[in-house]
Design a protein around this ligand. Sequence first.
Ligand code: GLU
Length: 307
Amino acid sequence: MDLQKLVEDVLSDAEVYRGHGDPASYIPVLAKVDPKKMGIAVAAKDGTVYCAGDADEPFSIQSLSKVFALNLALDHVGAALWNYVGKEPSGSPFNSIVQLEAEKGKPRNPLINAGAMVVCDSIMGDGTADEAVEEILSFLRELSQDSTVSIAQNVAESESQGGFLNRSLAYFVSAFGNLTNPVEEVLSVYFRQCAIAMSCRQLARAGLYLAFDGKDPATGEEVTISSRARRINALMLTCGHYDNSGEFAYRIGLPGKSGVGGGILTVAPGVGAICVWSPGLNAAGTSLAGAVMLEKLVERTGWSVFV
Ligand code: GLU
């Protein structure tokens, strides 16, 4: 298959959706991003990344960071993570507090905000917030093979200043003993990981190991054990898009994770990793044109975990 032609065709298939949806406005810096941006990147088995549109422009990865942070937390504490966070879809928005009360402060899964805070806490362990952030950044730099990956400090500050709901979630989780570090330190890791800026090209390359059982197919390096890679994919499929996860699985049929910066990272097992970006979101916080690009891509390729 000519993958360069594929990404170009998919971009033009979705052209009518350019600018559709609303960029996240509750993080003021994100509201200023040009809603007409659209990019797509497919990382293939040999490590080549095929790109079209604005695929080299860094954007705020937001919740895409939760996938890589989850991998690190599992490396740190293994199955003990599941004492503090569950593995079930939430059926609720990314920042919902409703279930937390009924379920005694144990977040439903690691891909909603409250669960991602537990993940940040596990990465911190006995160390500092700065060390945890450095670990997440180094992991992403290594995976994307790009040492320029960094945090947009203005986004991190904007998130922290407006982060009343995220603070409420974190204090709630902590009140039930599901955080071991001070809440503000855990939040400082969480806000900074969300504020990492990366391009579609970098993210597709970074996610490639998840499509190949935890091994980077181009370098042969084992990033994580195969069972862990499979389980991360399972969580992405069932929980990666909040209360839109069922719809995403139905339309696209691949494990994926959305972020309110407009990025979606998707894994086609045995084939490659795909990242799309367009800032306009649907009501559930998933990129509208991004989801259309992925839908067109699976229509053209037949890539699906349900084949
Ligand atoms: N930083 C965002 C928040 O915590 C992440 C949400 C998302 O990307 O879905 O509100």
